[in-house]
Ligand binder design. Structure first.
Ligand code: 6PG
Length: 247
């Protein structure tokens, strides 16, 4: 059973800062405990400011040479495309950290999606020395929340919601970036911690649906997030939390 913590911050900026603080804290704990920090990044707009804070104000708070970077999903576009989740994280964070190339395990959005998903999965298994039926155990998986309650690139009704064996799958979604690669539910749910970062009034209904509505993973993909042996932290700003009953 996964624990769930909900933290509401007054403003979006306070949310971004708290997220950076939490990530730096979890990184320190993981590196002290097992010598590395396996961090699975999310895409979209919300995390960008947090990534920028990690690269600036918090840069000295993390031993970045011990961090391995992964992604929860990627749009099938080249890294220099404005829609690339890797591209955004690289501009905001990775390019400022003097990392070794082997620390970055990205989904190759520029490649044929099926092959890119396969290669991401095989690369992950090699990097983390996983057997064929083992899933990665990220120390922290970051997730955003779509206004339609999607997480990573698993949208309502997505066949990927039923994937129980693969680590990564290809999906087609109703969005500007139609073709994507996404982590699957078992890969997300093997995380030690999952942290949602959600900001803005436009997400308030989705937040209420996820946190207070009937369990319905098929149409509310965020409901699929129930780490087998891990915790879930929701970082919300007041606008995103505005429809919750007990804010
Ligand atoms: C993506 C993300 C996606 C995102 C949500 C929220 O590739 O788009 O991984 O799951 O987290 O759509 O996006 P915003 O942060 O832009 O609202």
């Amino acid at each position: 059973m996964s624990e769930r913590e909900i933290i509401v911050l007054d403003t979006a900026d306070a949310l971004y800062t708290r997220a950076a603080e939490e990530i730096a804290h979890i990184a320190g704990e993981a590196i002290c405990t097992h010598g590395e920090f396996l961090l699975c990044l999310t895409g979209g707009r919300t995390p960008e400011s947090t990534y920028q804070l990690l690269a600036s104000r918090f840069q000295l708070s993390v031993d970045w040479k011990e961090v391995q970077f992964f992604w929860g999903d990627e749009r099938c576009v080249p890294p220099d495309d404005p829609g690339s989740n890797f591209g955004m994280a690289n501009r905001a964070l990775l390019s400022h950290l003097n990392l070794k190339p082997g620390q970055i395990h990205r989904m190759r959005g520029e490649d044929e999606p099926g092959r890119a998903a396969q290669e991401y999965e095989e690369g992950l298994r090699r990097a983390l020395r996983l057997s064929r039926d083992e899933f990665p155990r990220f120390d922290l998986t970051l997730l955003g929340l779509g206004a339609n309650c999607h997480i990573a690139s698993m949208f309502p009704g997505s066949p990927a919601l039923h994937e129980q064996h693969r680590i990564a799958a290809t999906v087609e979604v109703d969005d500007k970036y139609r073709n994507r690669i996404t982590l699957t539910p078992p890969a997300i749910n093997n995380s030690a911690r999952v942290m949602f970062l959600v900001s803005g009034e436009e997400k308030a209904h989705a937040v209420k649906t996820v946190l207070e509505g009937e369990d319905n993973p098929e149409m509310v993909p965020a409901h699929i997030v129930k780490p087998d042996d891990g915790s879930v932290i929701w970082l919300l700003d007041r606008a995103a939390a505005s429809q919750l009953s007990n804010r």
